[in-house]
Design a protein around this ligand. Structure first.
Ligand SMILES: Cc1cc2nc3c(=O)[nH]c(=O)nc-3n(C[C@H](O)[C@H](O)[C@H](O)COP(=O)(O)OP(=O)(O)OC[C@H]3O[C@@H](n4cnc5c(N)ncnc54)[C@H](O)[C@@H]3O)c2cc1C
Length: 434
């Protein structure tokens, strides 16, 4: 079984096992004072269970991350987040109408009297925060907000989590049993420990231990720059070609700005390198990062590595600056390899001389595909299924690693499906996390 499939199976087995225990506990101990309150409790319990899963998905646990990938975990988190919102609305609605029914009063009066009880009020505040964050995560709003603003507001969810836990501790009357209560809070303990480990302990420890520093800043073209990083004990850093870090250059940008960039060379135990195209302030400013300044990193992250390779032969496809992890992967030892590098003009093909040298050294084929997509007769569509199959006749027998702009990556993945390349042989990195 492939490593990714093992991790997915482990994660979903744990989720299903937890849900089975929760359903048993609910049936055994979860009766409310009337049937509406019982339903309200059912949704409250499941709301908490969904929150636990949401936290695990974004805890950045190294074991899960390198097997499933942060991009996929984030997509799951996003979709499950919408389920969480509906569960929250149902929990709130049934609790209000349940108590209104019990007290024979209108729901609005019940709402006001519950808002006067501290534990219920805390639940309501947590709910409002979750609803606000969910509304800014809707794709339409998310695209219009700067990343930092969206991320900053998203951090409010930690406040909602804290308040929500206090709400549960005081209102959590669902389990009228000691062992049920012990089980529930033990699972919460594990989930919070995972969050602290992945988000705080591991990054803090790695930065203290490795003391990352800028060693050199090398312009690759007018709008692309490489930053070389050194540090202590880099041979102990568990990074692989194809992975990325989230980088902070506080000497230059301030603490709050963090950008994900892939390694553009395989880690060699002595240094790391990122290569960034200027897109906005963060990436454009990398040119001016002072040599010798400290760098703070989170990572390594990502499942775009050869631990997922299933076949000896590979096809590496890059579009534009998507060449960075592909360039690193080309350093990994392996079987027959072909690289397709899509750019508008040869001048845009950054890192080309070193790619040519690497390809030559390992006997790989490297093709630079130029021109505007759709231009000319016949139209320039190198990643159309027929063109891919003509260029790489044994494509179905290869693992394909593709990294480029989201539209190009989607087009390639679509063509690979049309050609019958099995899903487990297709590995994609889109340079976008949500
Ligand atoms: C896994 C991954 C690997 C990447 N590797 C490379 C690489 O090797 N070379 C390269 O040139 N580019 C890479 N990118 C893209 C790069 O992260 C963005 O171009 C860069 O962060 C833009 O930031 P900015 O401040 O210059 O521009 P802004 O205008 O501030 O940001 C532009 C967009 O970049 C994205 N972005 C910014 N900060 C973050 C963040 N902390 N987390 C997630 N997305 C963010 C957002 O979608 C934002 O809307 C990668 C992206 C991802 C997700």
């Amino acid at each position: 079984m492939a490593v990714g499939a093992v991790a997915r199976a482990a994660l979903w087995t744990a989720v299903v096992a937890h849900l089975l225990v929760v359903e048993y506990l609910f049936i055994r101990y979860g009766q409310g004072k009337n049937s509406l309150l019982t339903v309200g409790k059912f949704f409250g319990l499941h709301l908490a269970a969904i929150m636990m899963l949401q936290i695990v998905l974004v805890a950045r646990l190294p074991w899960l991350d390198r097997r499933i990938g942060m991009d996929r975990l984030t997509v799951w988190h996003r979709w499950i987040g919408f389920g969480l919102v509906w569960t929250l609305i149902l929990h709130f609605t049934f609790i209000i109408v349940g108590y209104a029914d019990l007290a024979s009063q209108p729901p609005w009066d019940t709402f006001l009297s519950l808002a006067g009880v501290t534990a219920s009020l805390l639940g309501m505040v947590a709910a409002v925060i979750i609803l606000v964050v969910a509304s800014i995560s809707v794709r339409y709003v998310r695209r219009r907000l700067p990343y930092e603003a969206w991320h900053g507001l998203h951090l409010l969810l930690y406040v909602a989590l804290g308040i929500g836990l206090v709400h549960q501790a005081f209102e959590g009357t669902t389990f009228d049993s000691t062992w049920a209560t012990v089980y529930w809070w033990s699972v919460w303990g594990l989930v919070l420990a995972a969050l602290l480990a992945g988000r705080v302990a591991v990054p803090v420890w790695r930065n203290l231990y490795h003391r990352f520093t800028v060693a050199a800043v090398v312009p690759e073209s007018d709008n692309v720059v490489s930053v070389h990083i050194t540090g202590q004990h880099l041979d102990k850093l568990p990074a692989r070609a194809g992975q990325f870090f989230i980088w902070r250059f506080p000497g230059h940008h301030g603490w709050w700005r963090a950008n994900p960039f892939s390694l553009s060379a395989a880690p060699n135990g002595r240094s790391l390198r990122l290569t960034a195209k200027a897109v906005g302030k963060g990436s454009a400013g990398l040119r001016n990062v002072p040599v010798g300044s400290r760098v703070f990193v989170e990572g390594p992250y990502g499942a775009f590595t050869t631990i997922h390779q299933t076949r000896p032969a590979s096809l590496l496809i890059a579009g534009g600056v998507g060449i960075t992890p592909i360039r690193a992967l080309l350093e990994e030892p392996g079987g027959p390899t072909t690289v397709l590098y899509r750019v508008h003009t040869v001048e845009e093909a950054v890192l080309l001389p070193e790619l040519q040298a690497l390809a030559k050294a390992r006997g790989a084929q490297l093709y630079v595909l130029t021109g505007r997509t759709g231009a000319g007769t016949p139209p320039n569509v190198p990643f159309a299924p027929a063109n891919l199959a003509a260029a790489i006749p044994d494509i179905v027998q290869r693992d394909v690693f593709v990294c480029g702009p989201p539209a190009m990556t989607d087009a390639v993945v679509h063509s690979l499906r049309a050609l019958g390349v099995p899903r487990r042989q297709v590995h994609a990195e889109k340079f976008s996390l949500a």
